[in-house]
Design a protein around this ligand. Structure first.
Ligand code: AMP
Length: 614
């Protein structure tokens, strides 16, 4: 019988292929035997500290061999892991630590103080880990034990932890090993931050099949050129990314898909993107699934593209039901809500019994093991038995691949003193990427709306970078539908909060004027920009970086790197950088990752922030 915990799957593989390369992270590499020995040492140490089945251990580490050792060590000890993204605001990390009852963090020395400030009673530094286990680890992990908790956006203002057990995780790994499949010769890119569950496919699928995990460079998902270089140099054969990241990669000129498996998921795969990906020569899959049913629930191999790209069929051990308004299975062609059952269904939301009972319901269709997760996704069966996704029943959105409840941002915004009422919507910027737009009715009509930078500074303590609105528009009233709900489509186009002073405008140099003009063209706005205007404050997105670099390159008659635009977000800064950089910025790639600004323009203390295109 196949092992039904990740630990058993891993240990079987480590015994079978001890000398195979398990992880490559830059110049660091480790075999299966080395990773297993170090993970066993960590597990032994954790057990001496009282960690065991059903306890949670926080992991706050950047992409590295140590990160894999930490995850496997925690799981071997019998405990479950809680990903703590180094790029998250302190308040968010504290909330997750306290809310989940996590007592111990595994992190590096730089984050020790943060761990203690976040409520961890104990900290295990990766620098101090023993290389050899003090005693062989006891086999303590059972299929019903908790494997991980991942927090996702919560509509009422605070994120909620999705609790997933080992049986669900092992079942998922077995299913994706069948379809899309993986061989021991594969080299799989690990690109996604741990706080998103799709990272599980990137890390644990290869490690339970004798294949190799190739860690993406620290800012890989923001910098498409670095990503493309890694794919080529590390001979990566399987890449999983959100459509947002795929678009970014293609926009940078990458066409090198031949011989690679390209997995797209987390957001709808639009037909044009699918065609562009197929044109690279890669084998393309569209994957669908919510965190609550363990990573992916359905998969479609995409060969030919019509006017819609479906998500195909259920993975094995997974049941998909499209449920109509009367609670019955909808016929093909009829739209309903997708409910998912099978081995992947999570335990529920950590310590949220009411919410769990609302979303995880008894299976009215009689399937085992008897519970279905109501996804909130609208779907319909095609006549060929494959599934099409058609949007949401609620205000959960995906922006740059990340799941966000608009209500979470709204309730945080409501605490802003100038805002008596507010609403947040997703708007498609002319640069082609979705943006979060805040609308505010100020309590004092004479008080100006906060500019995007001010707004973000206020929210940044409590919300992760990717949930910070990119514009803030003052409105007189919130438009309502006839039945009294917020009519988001009727909201006006977002307006930049402030115009630069006329004096600032007049003082632009010729090169600054060129930058401002290209911004206007690419962002599709009419505004005059001043020298200190920041690309990310005026609605710039990671995708627009590439367009702007391309347009500047055309105007200057030489190549301009998106990294140059990324690293110099103000009009004056970019103009200066272009003057200094006759080559267009290529050499800047060399030090990318030392301390990058994230995609929202903040300087992150982490080289591995989840901000950017996730
Ligand atoms: P998450 O829990 O972050 O994985 O987000 C899950 C949600 O993302 C789903 O409920 C869908 O709304 C959306 N989603 C994920 N993959 C796809 C896909 N391939 N096509 C359409 N929507 C998707």
């Amino acid at each position: 019988m196949a092992p039904s915990t990740l630990v058993a799957l891993w240990e079987r593989q480590a015994v079978a292929t001890p000398d195979a390369l398990a992880v490559v992270a830059g110049a660091d590499r480790a075999t299966y035997a080395e990773v297993d020995r170090r993970a066993a040492a960590l597990a032994a140490e954790l057990r001496t500290r009282g960690v065991g089945a059903e306890s949670l251990v926080g992991v706050c580490l950047g992409r590295s061999v140590e990160m894999v050792v930490a995850l496997l060590g925690i799981l071997k000890s019998g405990a479950a892991y809680l990903p703590l993204d180094p790029g998250y605001p302190a308040e968010r990390l504290r909330h997750m630590t306290v809310d989940s009852g996590t007592k111990l963090w595994v992190c590096d020395a730089d984050r020790r103080a943060q761990a203690l400030a976040s409520g961890a009673a104990d900290v295990l530094l990766v620098e101090d880990l023993p290389a050899e286990p003090s005693a062989p680890p006891a086999h303590v992990v059972r299929p019903h034990h908790l494997a991980y908790v991942i927090y996702t956006s919560g509509s009422t203002g605070l994120p909620k932890g999705v609790a997933v057990g080992h049986a669900a995780l092992a079942s998922f790994l077995r299913s994706v090993a069948e379809r899309p499949g993986l061989t021991a010769d594969d080299r799989v890119l690990a690109l996604t931050p741990l706080s998103f569950d799709i990272s599980i496919l990137e890390l644990f699928l290869p490690l339970t099949r004798g294949a190799t995990v190739v860690m993406a460079p620290p800012v890989g998902n923001t910098d498409p050129e670095l990503l493309a270089a890694t794919l080529a140099e590390a001979e990566v054969s399987v890449v999983q990314a959100t459509p947002t990241t795929w678009r970014l990669l293609l926009a940078s000129g990458w066409t090198d898909g031949l011989g690679r498996v390209l997995l797209s998921g987390g957001e709808p795969l639009d037909p044009q993107l699918a065609r562009d990906l197929l044109a690279t020569g890669g084998t393309l899959w569209n994957l669908y699934g919510p965190t609550e049913t363990t990573v992916w629930a359905a998969a479609a191999r995409v060969d030919a593209v019509a006017d819609r790209v479906g998500v195909g069929r259920a993975l094995s051990n997974t049941r998909l039901h499209v449920v109509d308004e009367s609670g019955r299975e909808a016929r093909p062609g009829v739209v309903g809500e997708l409910w998912i059952g099978g081995d992947g269904v999570a335990r529920g939301y950590l310590d949220r019994p009411a919410l769990t009972a609302d979303r995880f319901v008894p299976d009215p269709f009689g399937g085992a093991p008897g519970r279905l997760y109501r996804t909130g996704d609208l779907a319909r069966w095609s006549t060929d038995g494959t599934l099409e996704m058609l949007g949401r029943t609620d205000h959960q959105v995906k922006v740059r691949g990340v799941r966000i409840e608009l209500g979470e941002i709204e309730s945080t915004l409501q605490s802003y003193p100038a805002g008596a009422d507010c609403v947040v919507a997703v708007r498609r910027a002319r640069a082609g990427e979705d943006q979060l737009a805040a609308y505010l009715i100020p309590e004092h009509p004479d008080r100006p709306a906060p500019g995007p930078a001010e707004l973000r500074a206020l929210l940044a303590d409590r919300l992760p970078p990717y949930t910070l609105p990119q514009s803030c528009t003052v409105i007189d009233e919130i438009p309502l539908t006839p039945n009294g709900k917020v009519d988001r489509p009727a909201l006006p186009d977002p307006r930049p909060a402030s115009d630069p002073a006329p004096a600032a405008r007049q003082s632009l140099t010729a090169r600054q004027l060129l930058v401002a003009e290209v911004w206007r063209e690419c962002l599709g706005v009419e505004d005059d920009f001043g020298p200190q205007d920041d690309f990310f404050d005026v609605g710039g997105t990671s995708l627009a970086l590439t367009t702007i670099a391309g347009r500047l390159g055309e105007r200057l008659g030489r190549r301009v790197s998106p990294v140059l635009v990324f690293r110099n977000p103000t009009v004056a800064g970019l103009a200066k950088a272009l003057e200094l950089d006759g080559s267009g910025g290529r050499e800047l790639l060399d030090d990318v990752g030392k301390k990058p600004p994230n995609a929202l323009g903040n300087t992150s203390t982490s080289a591995d922030s989840s901000s950017g295109s996730y």
